[in-house]
Design a protein around this ligand. Structure first.
Ligand code: ARG
Length: 273
């Protein structure tokens, strides 16, 4: 298959104020201090890689005391059908909400819907062609899916996450190709309950199904543009499976940002309008 890349417009945040000063997912361990210089260097490398692939990167200013703001995927949802801000599950991240809302408004991506339900943006809501796939179980709530369907006027497919290591949908599923004509995804079945696996099998019968070795290094948290897949350098088996499928894996080392529980996809929010 001839894979075609689609240029993406991405929002990122420099990890200047990055730290693991609280623990809100099983990857975070306060006892091991992070190296901010190293996080910054890895982040710059990710930005450069994305730009070299032809993507546009916009940057939102972080703020001291908001160490997780580097994970911009959680800052909201910017779709052709509307922009929705984030409402974080944990008080530690709530301060990010107004900063992202303000950035969206300044960038002309408003009006911004302020959600009533807990909604962690693109961390839990991914588009694959016509499908709006939404995770719940740890962060974004099931009720938030209904709110999104109402606000965006689009059907939302709810998927239940059951393994605390894979607490956001983007830690369990990669959108490889968002083209409505032939959307393609990869996912780790162990992250979902059985009814949700059945839904995924029904929607994507030809999907790439991955294993514990890939998901366990947060390999699923990857950025697909239809041709390239920017993924963790540790996910070597995944890179090979993608190559076999006609994709071009682009490995990046984000080991320092993994300490906060995030990979490449967590560090970008796709601006789709
Ligand atoms: N420490 C952050 C949190 O637990 C990591 C967020 C990762 N983001 C993502 N889209 N999976 O909220």
């Amino acid at each position: 298959m001839n894979r075609t890349a689609r240029p993406l417009r991405l929002l990122m945040c420099r990890p200047e104020h990055f730290a693991v000063s609280y623990e809100i997912n099983p990857w975070m361990d306060r006892a091991r201090p992070v190296d901010v210089g190293r996080a910054l260097a890895q982040w710059e490398e990710l930005r450069r890689t994305l730009q070299e692939l032809g993507h546009t990167v916009e940057v939102v200013e972080g703020r001291p005391g908001l160490p997780d703001m580097v994970y911009t995927a959680n800052g909201g949802l910017v779709t052709p059908w509307g922009t929705v801000g984030a409402r974080f599950a944990h008080a530690e991240r709530a301060g990010e909400e107004e900063l992202f809302d303000a950035w969206f408004a300044r960038a002309g991506l408003g009006p911004v819907h302020r959600p009533v339900e807990v909604d962690e943006g693109e961390g839990d809501v991914l588009t694959a062609g016509e499908h709006l796939l939404a995770g719940h179980g740890f962060r974004t709530t099931r009720a938030a899916h209904d709110e999104l369907a109402r606000v965006l006027g689009r059907p939302v497919t709810s998927l239940r996450l059951v393994d605390p290591r894979f607490y956001h949908l983007d830690t369990a599923l990669t959108v490889l190709d968002d083209d409505p004509a032939h959307p393609d995804v990869a996912y780790f079945p162990g992250a979902f309950d059985e009814p949700s696996r059945a839904v995924l099998r029904g929607l994507f019968p030809g999907a790439l199904v991955t294993d514990e070795a890939t998901a366990g290094v947060l390999g699923m948290n990857a950025i697909g543009d239809g041709r390239h897949v920017v993924l963790s350098a540790r996910a070597t088996g995944y890179a090979q499976a993608l190559r076999d499928r006609g994709y071009e894996p682009v490995p990046v080392d984000l080991s320092e940002l993994l300490r906060g529980g995030g990979g490449p996809k967590c560090c970008v929010l796709v601006l789709r309008r």
